[in-house]
Design a protein around this ligand. Structure first.
Ligand SMILES: Nc1ncnc2c1ncn2[C@@H]1O[C@H](COP(=O)(O)OP(=O)(O)OP(=O)(O)O)[C@@H](O)[C@H]1O
Ligand SMILES: [Mg+2]
Length: 931
């Protein structure tokens, strides 16, 4: 060993880890010798406090770090000290306990490590509070360091060091950022048995980190990010294409809306002005119509009044005419009636004659009035005639009548009864053979007389159930003589004549009376005729005048009729005028009403009408003149326009909402809806170009994603190359009896192939050769590509992200002599304990070496417990390999390992472990000792 070799010189423990004092050489390989459970491992582990520094990375096996603190720093005079030769000279790095807390602090100084510096004259150790002063006394300028500062110091992180700090870099790493990885591997090399293949992979990746563009790729995120725009643009393109007809419709609506806005902007002030004018116009016009109506009414009333007067006069004239006509008719009738009358005298004389005849008749009648009643006289005449007939009969049957027959045959009593019972005519009847009474049997008549007498009871006659009082009856017939009868007949005839005379007189008197009545009538008639004639005379006198009146009346009536016709015409005209005014008034009112309603219905006071000018619109070029007559129409049209505009606003807004719902959101970033629409219409107009743009974007998205993957793939390739170098490094010397020992990365084929597919697609796309987005072979539709993408997304999600480490797994390729190499995922099962131990140590040391700056070589130490499990050949090989990598190998075993340069047994003194330099046994080859 050359003295000039930089690196660890010795480790010293004072009052620590059960050692009262331990001095261990580290400038070459060492074999620590002690029985089990003495303190070999604890001695080496003490280095962790100085080299690992970070408590989180320390590993004391079954012992916790806290317990270890107690173990290593029981009080404030416990020390762990390392002497190291650096290019800047010898330096000491130390760690001293702080007392009961078992805490510790770091210090360092330039100079060599002299144990005496830490011992007082009383052989006691210097306590921590006095350490710096003590060292200063000894000429050592020591300084206390915070653990992080010490770490910066040891791992050469100049940026974290103070400028006045000495250069105490023990681990000159190529990249100071790898310090913690180095520390971790270093910890492992102190405890090799726990190094496994997972850690090997982890450390290798750490070591080559700077050469790999290894980043954690969230593939899904990257894909989504790169394709977000494309997918979004494509979705927008699809939505717009789907809604093409609707959008074209909306464009027309927008055009209509702009036109309408222009129109409303033009008309709005005109409407305002005209509405103001209208009120005055309406008032003035209403008043004028009202005045005209009043005038018409007056005229109408006049006509009506005149008509009434005409009716009255007409009636009066009509009445008069009729009167005159009646008189005229009377006159004509009377003229006819008295056609043959010459003059009134003629009538007067006729009257006088009738009067005279009547007066004579009245006198005659008065004389006759004392006479009997003619009917009595007639009855008397009849009586006389009967008596005469009876008397003549008696005279004719004077000797042969029934009376006499009965008188001769019957008893006087029976005869008397019969004369009383039988009538004169019966008794007077003659009894002759062919007469009315015939005597058939005289005897029987006598018997009858006898029977009759039996029926007479006093004055009563009782027969046939009857009783007749005969005394009440006169005897009917007294038999007169012929002379008597003749005289009687004559007297009766005279009486009869008298009566007949008297009757004739009386009968004439009746006629006279009738004549008188007739004369009275004639007299009355004549008098009336005279009156009528006088009337005729009067009428005749008035005839001319009357005719004139009739003519006048007729004329007047005609005049009335004519006037009525005129009035009727006038009335009609007034009616027409009135109707006209009424209509005009109605029209005016209805117009006013319409205007009023339309005004009420105006909606242009609210949004959007109050800022319409600020909205896009097309200038309206209408010649806008508003005639007051057309105001109602115009304001209604205007209101309708406003309504239409609102409807359009609504329709367009709904259309837009529909488009939003259907996914068109690209244009929503615009400041307002109008701009959004405009941009949308522009977009729709150039769908073809948009299609091409999306195609370009999709291509570049593929390229972008592939670029990220390309980094991963390249990193994998780099790693594979580095691993090849690494294998060369560890294979410089044969390891144990192994023919082949390699650590090789094996690709995770599914992932790596997927990455390759994506990269090759990107290359194709980049060359612009085969893909056309909207063709069959569109990038977005490519099956292979999508499969690869899905796999990477899937794996990415499973693994959390895609990193180089996911692209491969490590296998240990081990080939024994005369055997074909085999691959092992787990190193522990690959070979025997000793071989595995070697393999692990070499791998670890190679990794540490890999991290060191090859230009600055500072030899440190590594530890192999249970060294006895290796044969001497392998031990030597290992010592040399370690030395090549810059490490002195420390073996620990109960037996001395003579392959090492130093054999250091652990002794005891006062119950404490003890190692003095005096116990060091330096083993040299014989040729070195005996040249
Ligand atoms: N970090 C620690 N904290 C507390 N005690 C410890 C620590 N390390 C070791 N010891 C104790 O120190 C004693 C020695 O143990 P150590 O492992 O050093 O022995 P060894 O010589 O290495 O034994 P072996 O040959 O069996 O490996 C043990 O009693 C152990 O419990
Ligand atoms: Mg041990």
């Amino acid at each position: 060993m050359s003295l000039a070799q930089y690196g660890f010189q010795k480790l010293v423990l004072l009052n620590s880890a059960g050692y009262s004092r331990a001095e261990l050489p580290l400038d070459d390989s060492v074999s620590i010798i002690a029985p089990n459970n003495t303190g070999k491992t604890s001695l080496i582990n003490a280095l962790q406090f100085l080299l690992i520094i970070d408590r989180r990375l320390m590993d004391f096996g079954a012992h916790t770090v806290d317990n270890s603190r107690k173990f290593y720093f029981p009080d404030n005079s416990a020390y762990i000290l390392l002497e190291v030769l650096l290019p800047t000279g010898m330096a000491v790095i130390g760690c001293v306990g702080k007392g009961l807390s078992h805490d510790y602090e770091y210090f360092a100084y330039q100079g060599s490590l002299d144990v005496e510096d830490y011992r007082l004259d009383n052989a006691k150790l210097v306590t921590q509070p006095k350490l710096i002063d003590r060292l200063l006394e000894q000429g050592k300028l020591a300084k206390i360091y915070q653990s992080s500062d010490l770490r910066a110091l040891l791992y050469g992180n100049r940026q974290k060091q103070r400028s006045d700090d000495p250069d105490l870099t023990i681990f000159p790493l190529e990249f100071t950022s790898q310090a913690s990885t180095y520390q971790r591997i270093l910890t492992r090399t102190l405890r090799l048995d726990s190094l496994d293949s997972r850690q090997v992979k982890e450390y290798l990746l750490e070591i080559y980190k700077n050469e790999l563009h290894d980043r954690s790729v969230n593939f899904k995120e990257e894909w989504d990010k790169s394709f977000a725009d494309v997918n979004y643009d494509k979705s927008q393109y699809d939505s717009v294409s789907r809604n093409h007809a609707r959008i074209i419709g909306m464009e027309q609506q927008q055009q209509d809306r702009k036109t309408l806005r222009g129109k409303i902007i033009l008309w709005r002030p005109l409407i305002e002005q005209s509405l103001e004018k209208w009120e005055a116009y309406y008032r003035q016009k209403s008043q004028s119509i009202e005045a005209d109506m009043v005038k018409q009414k007056v005229e109408w009333d006049e006509v009506e009044a005149r008509q009434k007067t005409i009716y009255k006069d007409q009636a009066q004239t009509d009445f008069e005419l009729k009167q005159h006509q009646t008189l005229e008719k009377r006159y004509e009738d009377l003229t006819v009636q008295f056609h043959f009358v010459k003059d009134i005298d003629q009538l007067t004389k006729q009257l006088d004659a009738i009067q005279a005849e009547r007066d004579a008749l009245v006198t005659r009648l008065n004389n006759a009035e004392t006479q009997q009643n003619p009917n009595t006289i007639r009855r008397n005449i009849e009586k006389c005639n009967k008596e005469i007939i009876l008397l003549q009969q008696q005279l004719a049957s004077l000797d042969n009548n029934l009376y006499l027959q009965l008188q001769q045959t019957l008893s006087s009593e029976s005869f008397d009864a019969l004369t009383r019972l039988l009538a004169v005519q019966v008794l007077s009847l003659p009894v002759v053979s062919d007469g009315k009474v015939q005597l058939l049997n005289e005897n029987r008549l006598r018997v009858f007389g006898q029977d009759l007498a039996d029926c007479i009871n006093g004055s009563n006659f009782d027969a046939a159930g009857l009783s007749i009082d005969l005394s009440a009856l006169e005897p009917n017939l007294q038999i007169k003589t012929a002379a008597e009868l003749r005289i009687e007949i004559e007297e009766s005839q005279q009486q009869l004549y008298y009566w007949e005379e008297l009757l004739a007189t009386l009968e004439k008197l009746e006629l006279e009376k009738a004549r008188k009545a007739e004369l009275d009538n004639q007299l009355k008639q004549q008098r009336e005729d005279i009156k009528l004639y006088e009337e005729l005379l009067t009428l005749r006198t008035m005839a001319a005048e009357r005719q004139q009146s009739i003519t006048d009346s007729k004329n007047r009536l005609q005049a009335f009729k004519d006037e009525e016709a005129t009035l009727s015409v006038k009335r009609s005209r007034i009616e027409v005028d009135q109707q006209h005014l009424k209509d005009e008034s109605e029209r005016l009112k209805s117009r006013h009403k319409r205007i009023h309603i339309a005004r009420q219905q105006r909606k242009d006071y609210e949004a959007p009408f109050n800022f319409l000018e600020q909205l896009p619109h097309l200038l309206c070029m209408d010649s806008a003149l508003l005639e007051i007559d057309l105001l109602a129409d115009q304001i209604e049209i205007y209101n309708q326009d406003c309504q239409d505009l609102r409807d359009l606003d609504k329709t367009i807004a709904e259309g837009l909402i529909h488009l939003h719902h259907d996914g068109i959101s690209k244009f929503q970033v615009q400041d307002d809806q109008e701009q959004e629409l405009q941009v949308l219409f522009n977009y729709t107009a150039q769908l073809k170009q948009e299609q091409a743009a999306i195609e370009r974007k999709a291509r570049s998205a593929v390229v972008q994603v592939a670029a990220i993957l390309r980094d991963l793939r390249n990193s994998l390739e780099t790693l594979k190359r580095r691993m090849s170098d690494f294998n060369n490094k560890i294979n410089k010397r044969q390891l144990s009896d192994l023919k082949v020992f390699k650590i090789e990365p094996r690709e995770e084929e599914a992932i790596v192939n997927a990455i390759r597919t994506l990269i090759s697609t990107s290359e194709q796309v980049d060359s612009g050769s085969s893909f056309d987005l909207f063709d069959h072979n569109a990038v977005l539709d490519d099956k292979e590509l999508n499969k690869a993408k899905d796999l990477l997304i899937d794996q990415g999600e499973k693994l959390g992200s895609l990193k180089v480490e996911h692209l491969f797994r490590l296998v240990f390729v081990i080939g024994k002599q005369n055997q074909s190499p085999a691959e092992f995922e787990d190193l522990d099962s690959a070979a025997s304990n000793g071989t595995v131990l070697m393999a692990k140590l070499i791998t670890g040391l190679a990794m540490l070496n890999q991290m060191q700056d090859p230009r600055k070589s500072i030899k440190t130490a590594c530890y192999l417990d249970e060294a006895a499990s290796l044969d001497q050949l392998n031990q030597r090989s290992l010592i040399e390999t370690a030395a090549e990598f810059g490490f002195s190998l420390i073996f620990a075993s109960p037996e001395p390992q003579i392959t090492a340069r130093y054999c250091v047994p652990i002794g005891t003194s006062n119950g404490k472990n003890f190692i003095s330099r005096l116990n060091w046994q330096i083993i040299k080859p014989i040729e070195e000792v005996i040249p």
